[in-house]
Ligand binder design. Structure first.
Ligand code: SF4
Ligand code: SF4
Ligand code: SF4
Length: 299
């Protein structure tokens, strides 16, 4: 698959919430909680990465991260905690996040949520099930798999666009809005919509334009007070200081063992020590990882 995508057809949704529950189960986001500043328990939240917006006449509109082709959240993140994968999913690494929440400000669709009430808060949002699909544990996102009416389907972006345009052409009376929402807006998104109602309330505003927001982000940043950038730089500095302190602390807490030290050149790294995973080639920093998880990025 070249470009992982989801097409949600509002006209087919029956509001069963199976997509929401499947996402919660797969990602173990826990029961819904009333987070501070949330309007309702069923709002998009740190424990609800996709939700349904209820409209009059028993109509339902699914909401989730759009996985922008040129994501503003990624360009706003100073430390690279959010990344755009080559498969089109925008994913998040909490170990890198410094908690500045610039991504929340940058997102044109108001998607990322922060686990405000947690002792160690992080950003939360739909991942397009990227990790699980890439490691082969699932073949498609839990939400699309669970949908009984195929109101939300998974596939290659090009194929889904073809399918969407076929539906628009064959049933114009069903789709008074003859457009695929997300095809072009601000550079396009991997999560596409077909709808018989105006989706402006999902922040698909008519004035979004087709220019990718990352281009605008830095143009805008140039015009904001230097303090905005300075605060970001200061937070990054503090984040690095804390990270360094934790590294030193982790080293100090590792008991010095002469036998172990003498044998380091004769065998594989001992559990709990820094090294390189032979299979993945990535650094293994288990001890440091658990230390890091004990820090609060909410400075
Ligand atoms: S919808 Fe928002 S959070 Fe999702 S990829 Fe786009 S900018 Fe990032
Ligand atoms: S794609 Fe995965 S993470 Fe995103 S809403 Fe669906 S199940 Fe949840
Ligand atoms: S599972 Fe399908 S029909 Fe049910 S709420 Fe989700 S999108 Fe709508």
């Amino acid at each position: 698959m070249k470009q992982m995508s989801i097409l949600t057809d509002i006209t087919r949704c029956i509001g069963c919430e199976k997509c929401v529950m499947a996402c919660k189960e797969l990602n173990e986001t826990g029961p819904d909680r009333f987070w501070p500043w949330q309007r309702s328990l069923t709002d998009l939240s740190a424990s609800r990465w996709t939700t349904l917006i209820r409209k009059t006449g028993n109509r339902y509109v699914r909401q989730q991260c759009r996985h922008c082709l040129e994501p503003a959240c990624v360009s706003a993140c100073l430390v690279g905690a959010l990344t755009l994968t080559s498969e089109g999913a925008v994913v998040y690494d909490p170990k890198v996040c410094m908690g500045c929440r610039y991504c929340m400000m940058a997102c044109p669709y108001a998607i990322p949520r922060y686990s405000w009430a947690d002792p160690v808060p992080y950003i939360h949002k739909c991942t397009l099930c990227h990790e699980q699909i890439m490691n082969g544990s699932i073949k498609e996102p839990a939400c699309t798999r669970a949908c009984p009416t195929q109101a939300t389907i998974f596939g290659d972006r090009e194929a889904l666009l073809n399918e969407a345009h076929r539906r628009l052409k064959e049933q114009p009376e069903r789709y008074p809005f003859q457009q695929v929402w997300g095809e072009h807006e601000i550079g396009g998104t991997s999560v596409l919509y077909l709808s018989d109602m105006d989706l402006s309330f999902l922040n698909w505003k008519p004035d979004l334009g087709t220019t990718p927001l990352p281009l605008k982000t830095w143009t805008t940043l140039k015009t904001v007070p230097y303090t905005f950038v300075a605060v970001g730089a200061a937070m990054f500095g503090i984040h690095k200081l804390i990270e360094r302190r934790m590294e030193l602390q982790a080293q100090n807490e590792t008991p010095s063992c002469p036998v172990q030290e003498a044998s380091t050149n004769e065998g594989p790294p001992k559990p709990g020590l820094s090294g390189t995973d032979e299979t993945t080639g990535l650094s293994t920093r288990a001890d440091l990882g658990s230390e890091r998880n004990g820090r609060s990025p909410n400075l």
